[in-house]
Design a protein. Structure first.
Lengths: 329, 219
């Protein structure tokens, strides 16, 4: 304006001031989208809480999935040959024979006979100490270790053992493993369903909370629009603001969830020797969610941040379209 | 500069509130737009400012047919039209200076390139000392002048002002009027919507009177 109003001033009318008081220090320009207000802070809280809950659910699902995989592999690592006593059977020779047949079979890494003392110890809770195992027709066991990468053909192994030792039966724990696998898969499926619901709830609450926070900014969008701002400029300003808001909330929730995992993991490690912790460890491993769990947390944080920004972007675009097309209604 | 041919406007299914408006706003012209309350002054200003589309008729702005202006082009045309809203529409979280600089800022200009212009303009409208104050602290008259300064900062070819003296006392209204006249003298076409007869009597200018949806022009 300086060029077009050279020296023009309304001093003669009494409007114009004398010397303008300039600020002593240059302040930064206020952001186009105002910093936090009540709705903005509420949005951060909602995002933080929902992210925290989502991350906890994700951690729990990761934990159950890992534990289920461990159960499955530990059980399927071994099989048992059981030899029932029979008239005229030389039990020791039969055990040796069965172990020999099994260990020579492809896919088997070793066979170990459960000796008389160990068998006696196994039966001790029921039959008491000082048991003479020869006085009773007690079945004996050979534990076969399986190569997990190349498991044997259990049908052929069963046939081979039965051919040499008719009293022997092979238990590959299939029934037990199948049950466990089914249970583990069911648990993981339920967990994933819970995670899906949790993420859906997070998405919806983030979307609605963002729209709520945006509602108070309608007049800003309108003013920017009327002073000639391009739609993409307005959208960019809001997107940037809400991406930062979303990331703040999501990071707070994600960090809180990680702290919970670390504390629980630390607690379970410290109490490793106690019966309660042993029980928990037997069920859930050592409570560590592992790298994939932490990557999942980071992914959720990122997703929530992007979602917040995308929602604000879409709200701005919808608002501008409304202003443009708001016709004589 | 802006030309209306048989323009009509209705809201929804209601009756036409503007009927068969045909007029032109020439460059460097000065006119008052008047009429009783509810006559459609603000609606006509919104048509001039391209924030409403006519129900019928032809509007051409800077030689372009309104109906052929795309949404992408609209911001560039708006920058050639300055608007002073009746309710000012200043952003409360920005200082007077920042509000006035907003049209330049949204164009992506660097502050250093317009700082002096904004400061000069604020002094020109008498807000030099209120530059770093937030709008809630400003008086009605000061807000009015800040809104005028914001409309002028881009040196628009036409200035539309909706009741610019509605919130100020008569002496200040006279000063604001002189400001508009000075601006017009410097080459900007001015349209002032007002129902203040006293204000109109002070200047011998074109009068556009809206009544019953029709427009009468007294040159």
């Amino acid at each position: 304006m300086t060029e077009i109003v050279p020296g023009a001033s309304f001093t003669e009318d009494g409007i114009a001031d004398g010397e303008a008081a300039l600020p002593r220090t240059q302040r930064r320009m206020a952001p186009i989208v105002p910093a936090q207000n009540v709705a903005g802070r509420a949005l951060i809280s909602v995002i933080a809480i929902m992210t925290f809950l989502s991350c906890l659910t994700l951690g729990a699902v990761t934990l159950v999935r890992d534990t289920a995989a461990v159960w499955e592999s530990q059980i399927s690592r071994e099989a048992t040959i059981q030899i029932k006593p029979a008239e005229g059977l030389d039990m020791e020779a039969a055990l040796e024979k069965a172990a020999e047949v099994a260990s020579g079979f492809p896919g088997i890494t070793g066979a170990r006979i459960v000796d008389r003392e160990a068998t006696a110890r196994l039966l001790e809770p029921w039959l008491g100490a000082g048991l003479n195992i020869d006085e009773l027709p007690v079945p004996r066991l050979v534990i076969v270790t399986i190569n997990e990468a190349y498991p044997p053909n259990f049908g052929r192994l069963r046939a081979a053992i039965a051919a040499e030792v008719p009293q022997a039966t092979l238990d590959d724990h299939r029934t037990w493993v199948d049950r466990l696998v089914t249970m583990a898969r069911t648990t993981v499926t339920i967990g994933i369903a819970a995670l899906a619901l949790m993420l859906t709830a997070t998405v919806l609450s983030v979307v609605f909370a963002t729209r709520g926070a945006m509602a108070g900014n309608g007049h800003i969008i309108e003013v920017l629009h009327f002073v000639g701002a391009e739609a993409r400029f307005i959208a960019k300003e809001f997107r940037r603001h809400f991406l930062s808001t979303g990331m703040k909330g999501a990071a707070a929730g994600g960090i809180a969830a990680i702290v919970v995992f670390v504390v629980v993991s630390f607690w379970s490690a410290r109490n490793l020797a106690t019966p309660e912790a042993d029980q928990a460890t037997a069920l859930f491993g050592n409570f560590a969610i592992g790298a994939s769990g932490y990557a999942g947390v980071a992914l959720i944080v990122l997703l929530v941040g992007v979602l917040t920004a995308a929602t604000s972007h879409m709200t701005v675009v919808a608002y501008l379209t409304d202003i443009e097309t708001r016709q004589t209604d | 500069m802006i030309r209306f041919e048989n323009v009509g406007l209705r809201y929804g299914m209601g009756a036409e509130i503007l009927r068969d408006l045909s007029f032109e706003i020439p460059a460097r012209s000065f006119q008052f737009l008047s009429g009783p309350s509810g006559a459609g002054k603000t609606s006509l200003l919104r048509l001039l400012f391209l924030s409403l589309k006519p129900t019928r008729g032809l509007i051409s702005v800077f030689g372009k047919d309104r109906s052929r202006i795309s949404r992408r082009e609209l911001p560039y045309i708006r920058r050639r039209i300055g608007v002073v809203f009746q309710d000012f529409r200043l952003l409360d979280h920005m200082t007077t200076y920042e509000n006035v600089a907003l049209p330049l800022r949204v164009r992506g200009r660097d502050e250093a390139s317009y700082k002096n212009d904004v400061t000069e303009l604020l002094k020109w409208v008498g807000l030099g000392e209120r530059m770093h104050v937030l709008p809630p602290v400003l008086s009605g008259g000061e807000k009015q002048r800040a809104a005028i300064a914001r409309a002028l900062i881009e040196q628009p070819e036409i200035l539309l002002a909706d009741e610019p003296t509605g919130n100020v006392d008569p002496p200040l209204a006279r000063r604001l009027l002189r400001l508009f006249i000075e601006l017009n003298r410097l080459g900007t076409a001015v349209v002032i919507a007002t129902h203040d007869l006293g204000l109109m009597e002070q200047v011998d200018a074109r009068r556009m009177i809206l009544s019953g949806g029709r427009l009468d022009i007294y040159d």
